[in-house]
Design a binder for this molecule. Structure first.
Ligand SMILES: Cc1cc2nc3c(=O)[nH]c(=O)nc-3n(C[C@H](O)[C@H](O)[C@H](O)COP(=O)(O)OP(=O)(O)OC[C@H]3O[C@@H](n4cnc5c(N)ncnc54)[C@H](O)[C@@H]3O)c2cc1C
Length: 328
């Protein structure tokens, strides 16, 4: 039988326009496997009925709402909210999403709680009353597991990599809302959000959360319309190698790899990508890998499930046509 904690598990639910972001439901699902007690979701803003039902279906049993307004994106403010929720809930562990902001929230919260913190976690379970958290390190060549005490006095903060948990879905009644008052610390209040705009490069699904990602490398030679021509009908996010970003073909936020974003889509399609380890370290969590590259010796083919040796300019339009035909 799977071992669980008795203490509740608290998860941070980032809210975007009254909807939790994808990874938030993954966190609730992961938390459900860790505890026999409550899974308490902390929303950073008001959550609508559908989202409250989705959270319940994913495994949450309570929903705290802290209306943090526009400042909810600030890591320091979110950490203050988590610390307030910890005082109320007394959890054995706190889960947040392991993206740029989530890792900062995790670190800040752990400092406030005087507790342990670990990030980039891809697998999480309970063993001997402690949490076991596994992640890939050294460009994906090693998997490491750490064990942290699930101590209710100082609950560990674990940042879980997006895409590592299959969200539990089903029919459930919307969770009732419990309001959480948060007094924002002087340190967090010292930072003010001046503006927040979604860039053109980020149009479409969020890279870190996307189920399908199409990546353009040097081989697309600046033609990101070609990349979009395949990504858009698939509802995929568009990513890039560092070379493509360095060339200015797409914004830096699209860079995937060691010094970019780590992704874990169900499907990765690389176009004109050679598969350098600095890039592939960011796609270790990908399910099916498809590569289109004109060099049959390129290392991407070593990890590809399906490979096409050919020119992207010829292959991609054929893929797009085939998609259209299949959907007709
Ligand atoms: C410290 C450090 C950190 C780094 N961090 C990152 C990172 O985070 N992310 C990242 O991506 N890189 C990173 N890099 C760079 C990385 O090492 C590679 O240089 C980069 O990933 C290569 O990108 P690429 O595959 O687009 O280009 P290339 O390696 O040049 O590969 C392009 C491929 O496209 C093929 N090709 C060319 N024309 C066509 C065509 N018409 N049709 C089909 N195929 C074609 C070529 O044969 C080639 O195989 C880092 C490097 C260092 C040193």
């Amino acid at each position: 039988m799977t071992e669980t904690l008795d203490a509740p598990v608290l998860v941070l639910v980032d809210v975007d326009g009254a909807r939790p972001t994808g990874p938030a439901l993954e966190l609730a699902t992961a938390a459900r496997t860790l505890t026999a007690g409550d899974v308490v979701a902390l929303g950073t803003g008001p959550v609508d009925d559908d989202a409250r039902a989705a959270l319940a279906a994913a495994g949450a049993t309570r929903l705290l709402e802290a209306d943090l307004g526009g400042e909810r994106t600030q890591a320091g403010v979110a950490a203050d909210a988590l610390a307030a929720a910890v005082t109320l809930v007394v959890p054995g562990a706190v889960l947040v999403t392991s993206d740029y902001r989530g890792k900062e929230v995790a670190a800040r919260t752990a400092v406030l709680l005087d507790s342990a913190c670990t990030g980039d976690v891809a697998d999480l379970h309970v063993a001997g009353g402690r949490l076991r958290a596994s992640k890939l390190v050294l460009s994906g060549s090693w998997s490491t597991t750490v064990s942290v005490a699930a101590d209710v006095e100082h609950p560990p903060v674990v940042a879980v990599r997006p895409g590592s948990v299959e969200v539990a879905v089903g029919g459930a009644a919307p969770l009732p809302v419990e309001t959480l008052e948060v007094s924002v610390s002087e340190e967090a209040a010292a930072v003010r959000l001046v503006s927040r705009e979604r860039t053109a490069a980020a149009a479409g699904p969020d890279l870190a959360e996307a189920r399908i990602v199409v990546v353009g490398g040097r081989g697309v030679d600046g033609d990101f319309e070609l990349v979009h021509s395949l990504a858009d009908p698939l509802g995929a996010a568009v990513g890039a190698t560092r070379v493509a970003c360095d060339e200015g073909w797409i914004g830096r936020s699209a860079q995937i790899g060691q010094t970019g974003v780590s992704i874990a889509p169900r499907l990765y399609i690389g176009l004109g990508v050679s598969g350098a380890v600095h890039h592939t370290s960011g796609i270790q969590g990908a399910g099916t890998v498809v590569a289109v590259c004109d060099d049959s010796e390129a290392p991407i083919f070593e990890m590809a499930d399906f490979g096409v040796v050919g020119d992207v300019v010829e292959v991609v339009p054929q893929l797009v046509d085939e998609l259209k035909r299949l959907r007709a």
